[in-house]
Design a protein around this ligand. Structure first.
Ligand code: NBP
Length: 482
């Protein structure tokens, strides 16, 4: 091969192979490398055959096949594999070259790698890639973070391979160092919430006596054009429910033990670290944890007898109420996700354009939906929006359907169907919209047992200790605000 290639990719598992083919479809020549050379050979003899895709066994040859400044995408397993790969490439790079980590790396690892590589004159972009195998192949949503200069170098390629929504590419520069991977992490957290509320709906409909095929029709109805829930996940829920193998509806044979890879957990941990209520995402993570504890659940199910209500509504009524309930819960979940992004921007000195972030999630990724187009409009209309729920469009939507969520949570509680995400979404709306909440009692008790001081409404900004319990040795402790 005489000519240098446009871009290189390391990691020929499912994501890597598909992204290479996507790049190739758009006319880019690609050099590829994989730790196990056998996989490279298989790819060159298989999917890559007849294309301008070139494989290498030695890292040195791979790097020298690239046109300068070199651009190398990593799609290897997140964690130490990324560090190992960077260390292997580094000796052959020159100042000004760019490494793009397209895996689901932890944003703090990305920040560290960014700083180390920038110190060596190598650009590092942590790029969230969403959409799974299908997305990588035909158009993912891409969330690149790093320096704007480095992004400019890969922008022409990324805008071509990214998914398109109304001809707009689903990629935008997100922000400095780990901002891209952070945004991908929050995206994945939101995905956890979306999946959990669909799962809770399924449990309710099942308890109402809907067959799988009837439920499929309900989700297909929710996914009809112009409907507020119209989205990829609702669409595939219908397909999953309809799916049969040898005449059997396969959903009935799936063990109820949920897996997770960690990005939901990171989002929940971040929410706790930044003191943000991302309850829907966090409860979605806990729901997976509880589901995974099957042996204990099986035992507990024999120990506790419940007195449960029968359905209170007709099937038609519950379909309608559930649609409204899911819509409000989704608004809450995305509101919380964007509040997390807002507070992360403050904590990590990023400048986010929330309208652009919502815009690149409209296509290509797992949470893609028409709803995200409304979120894009809401943030574009008001750059200083405090929270999504306060945008007039979503304020009205919550107002119109809050009773649906309340009725559905009430019904699930009465029927003994766990609704961790739907109920936490309702609790958030009630807490968020109350002028006087639980803080009063919490502060009074903290002051009573630990002398942590209270702020009296009559003296804003001043913290005093009250001797609630009439203690003889009454001393104020430090006031902790959080
Ligand atoms: P995997 O996450 O399964 O990783 C497999 C790749 O990593 C192979 O190429 C493997 O090489 C390589 N690798 C490993 Br494992 N350890 C290595 C090491 N120490 N040094 C060099 N290479 C090493 O692949 P994937 O599912 O395609 O995902 C790639 C990235 O994209 C991950 O970060 C993932 O979280 C992210 N992601 C995946 C999806 C999805 O739907 N799968 C969606 C979005 C993002 P080998 O062939 O020699 O073992």
């Amino acid at each position: 091969m005489d000519k240098k290639t446009d871009i290189g990719l390391v990691g020929l598992a499912v994501m890597g192979q598909n992204l290479v083919l996507n790049l190739s479809d758009h006319g880019f020549s690609v050099s590829v490398f994989n730790r196990t050379f056998e996989k490279t050979k298989e790819f060159l003899d298989g999917g890559a055959k007849g294309r301008a895709i070139f494989g290498f066994e030695k890292m040195k040859d791979f790097v020298s096949s690239l046109s300068k400044p070199r651009k190398i995408i990593l799609l290897v397993k997140a964690g130490s594999a990324v560090t190992d790969t960077i260390n292997e490439i580094l000796p052959f790079l020159e100042k000004g070259d760019v490494i793009i980590d397209g895996g689901n790396s932890y944003f703090k690892d990305t920040q560290k790698r960014f700083n180390e590589l920038e110190g060596k004159g190598i650009h590092f972009i942590g790029m969230g890639v969403s959409g799974g195998e299908e997305g990588a192949r035909f158009g993912p949503s891409l969330m690149p973070g790093g320096t704007p200069e480095a992004y400019k170098m890969i922008e022409p390629m990324m805008t071509k391979v990214a998914a398109k929504f109304n001809n707009e590419p689903c990629v935008t520069y997100i922000g400095h160092d780990g901002a891209g991977h952070y945004t991908k992490m929050v995206h994945n957290g939101i995905e956890y919430g979306d999946i959990e509320i669909i799962a809770e709906s399924y449990e309710l409909l099942k308890a109402y006596g809907f067959s799988n095929q009837d439920m499929a029709a309900v989700f297909e109805g929710y996914n009809a054009p112009k409907k507020p829930l119209k989205s990829f996940l609702i669409e595939i829920m219908g397909k999953v429910l309809r799916f049969k193998e040898n005449g059997k509806e396969m959903i009935d044979f799936v063990n109820d033990v949920a897996g997770q890879k960690g990005t939901g957990k990171w989002t929940a941990q971040e929410a706790l670290d930044l003191s943000v209520d991302a309850g829907v995402i966090t409860q979605a993570v806990f729901a997976r944890c509880l589901s995974a504890n099957k042996a204990e659940r099986m035992k507990a199910s024999t120990l506790f007898k419940k007195v449960l209500d029968k359905p209170h509504h007709s099937k038609e009524e519950i379909i309608k109420k559930l649609e409204g309930a899911l819509y409000v819960a989704k608004i809450v979940s995305y509101t919380q996700g964007f509040i997390l992004l807002r507070d992360a921007a403050k904590a990590y000195s990023w400048i986010f354009d929330y309208g652009k972030i919502a815009a690149i999630w409209r296509q290509g990724c797992i949470i893609r939906s028409d709803f995200l187009d409304e979120i894009t409009k809401a943030f574009n209309q008001s750059k200083s929006l405090e929270s999504l729920m306060m945008a007039p469009f979503f304020q009205k939507a919550v107002q119109d359907h809050l009773k649906d969520l309340r009725d559905v949570v009430k019904e699930m509680t009465a029927m003994g169907i766990p609704a961790p995400c739907l109920s936490t979404a309702l609790a958030f709306v009630d807490g968020y919209t109350t002028p006087k909440g639980v803080g009063t009692v919490i502060q009074a008790l903290r002051d009573a047992f630990g002398s942590h001081q209270v702020e009296l409404t009559s003296k804003p900004g001043e913290y005093v200790h009250i001797n609630w319990l009439g203690s003889a040795f009454d001393v104020s402790s430090t006031h902790y605000n959080r």
